[in-house]
Design a protein around this ligand. Structure first.
Ligand code: AMP
Ligand code: MG
Length: 403
């Protein structure tokens, strides 16, 4: 059986093979959060555009502003002021953070290290050339690449686009991800379930995970465990680039997803992964759609989505696939699992004096979503090291939605 990292590599390779040049759209800069940039953005001018003071104080010639020396203050410069005239020797000007140094000045002395007596400023400390200002052009030269194509746009990237005056931004269209739950027992969340029915929580979590991953969810409701209903709804799902199904991939008599897909011409790259929860996860392709059949137990669905569907969304978004953001933390209570499978256990990560500690939650297994709101990560228990005492370091997969 495949280890989860090998299964991920298969997903990444097949998604890359499958990737076609994407259509783009223009988005106002503030709306482009979470999109992948489809153009290269260059700076419009030097940054900073002038020698920019980083302190409130006095702009000086450093050689003249030494302990026990005194300079006459001949004016003030605040942020936004136009500055042309050179600083006459033997003088200084008061300057504010963000303001431009006058020509001739080569340092700013913080106001805290000066004394003022009328127009006369004296200095307490030695002054070094270059101190307390950012030289013009030292952050970026005019025409430098500020944001390369293919970059994921977070808040800092939007700030750079805004700084260089670039809006709208040309972005790749997000991949559309069809979501289809399966199961005779599953009813829509707007309905009251009968005594032996359950609400469709998987479609809710999957839609949220698709959005977090940078895709557009297309929910297709729930298919009954019948060949005709499954085929009809899968047919709808095959209009999208990715189809994610939940349930119906185990060994039961009514687990029909794989056989129905096969009948519709799907080929499979894997149909089991050595993990718990999530072992029966299926990945394949039918016509032009990548297909994931995730086990229906809600926590299995969540874990397998994070491990296998996210990299496919990354690739089809026009980005390079993100690594799994593993952290290391100290286990606060011992854990014992069966060997042979890599376990992903819902857990609570907290920092004590900035040292990460993690505690596995008590839970009833992969159907127990009631336990999940107390988790902010999954502890990863290796297949060959399933018995871990308290105090050991373990690998942790954060839930990026809440952590
Ligand atoms: P399956 O993978 O189809 O064997 O389903 C495994 C378990 O997950 C069963 O207990 C199902 O009732 C539950 N389950 C399946 N689909 C959903 C869903 N859409 N929402 C919540 N639970 C589900
Ligand atoms: Mg089922």
């Amino acid at each position: 059986m495949l280890a989860f990292l090998d299964a991920r590599h298969l997903v990444i390779n097949e998604s890359q093979r499958h990737f076609a040049p994407r259509t783009t759209l223009q988005l106002p800069t503030p709306d482009a959060l979470g999109h992948i940039l489809a153009e290269e953005i260059r700076t419009d001018r030097e940054y900073p555009p002038f020698d920019r003071s980083t302190r409130d104080g006095y702009a000086v010639r450093s050689a003249e502003a030494q302990p026990n020396s005194t300079l006459r203050c001949v004016g003030e410069i605040k942020a936004g002021d136009t500055v042309h005239s050179p600083l006459p020797s033997g003088t200084c000007v008061q300057i504010m953070t963000g303001a431009a140094l006058p020509p001739g000045a080569n340092a700013v002395v913080m106001i805290e290290f000066t004394r003022r007596d009328g127009d006369s400023i004296s200095f307490e400390r030695p002054t070094q050339p270059g101190q307390n200002f950012v030289p013009r052009g030292s952050e970026a030269r005019a025409g430098d690449v500020a944001l390369p194509s293919g970059l994921r746009l977070g808040y800092a990237e939007l700030a750079v686009a805004a700084q260089v005056g670039h809006s709208p931004l040309q972005c790749y269209k997000k991949p559309r991800v069809a979501i289809l739950s399966t199961g005779d027992e599953v009813v829509p969340i707007t309905e009251t379930p009968g005594p032996f029915q359950i609400r469709n929580s998987n479609s809710a979590s999957l839609a949220a995970q698709v959005q977090l991953a940078g895709g557009t969810p297309v929910t297709l409701g729930n298919a009954l465990d019948r060949v005709d209903d499954l085929s009809a709804r899968i047919e709808q799902g095959l209009r999208e680039e990715i189809l994610v199904l939940s349930g119906g991939v185990s060994m039961g008599k009514y687990d029909l997803v794989e056989s129905v897909l096969k009948g519709m011409g799907a080929e499979f790259y894997f149909d089991a992964v050595a993990i718990r929860p999530g072992k029966p996860a299926v990945f394949g392709r039918c016509r032009n759609t990548l297909i994931f059949g995730l086990p229906g137990n809600p926590v299995s669905t969540m874990v397998t989505f994070q491990l296998f569907v996210v990299p496919a969304i990354d690739v089809l978004s026009g980005a390079s696939p993100r690594s799994l953001p593993f952290l290391e933390a100290t286990l606060s209570e011992s854990v014992k699992e069966k060997s042979g499978l890599t376990h992903f256990l819902p857990a609570q990560l907290a920092w004590q004096d900035s040292r990460p500690q993690v505690r596995v939650l008590r839970w009833q297994g992969s159907g127990d979503i009631a336990a999940l709101p107390r988790s902010n990560c999954f502890v990863v228990i290796p297949a060959d090291h399933p018995d871990i005492p308290a105090g050991e370091r373990v690998s942790v997969l954060p839930r990026i939605d809440v952590l």
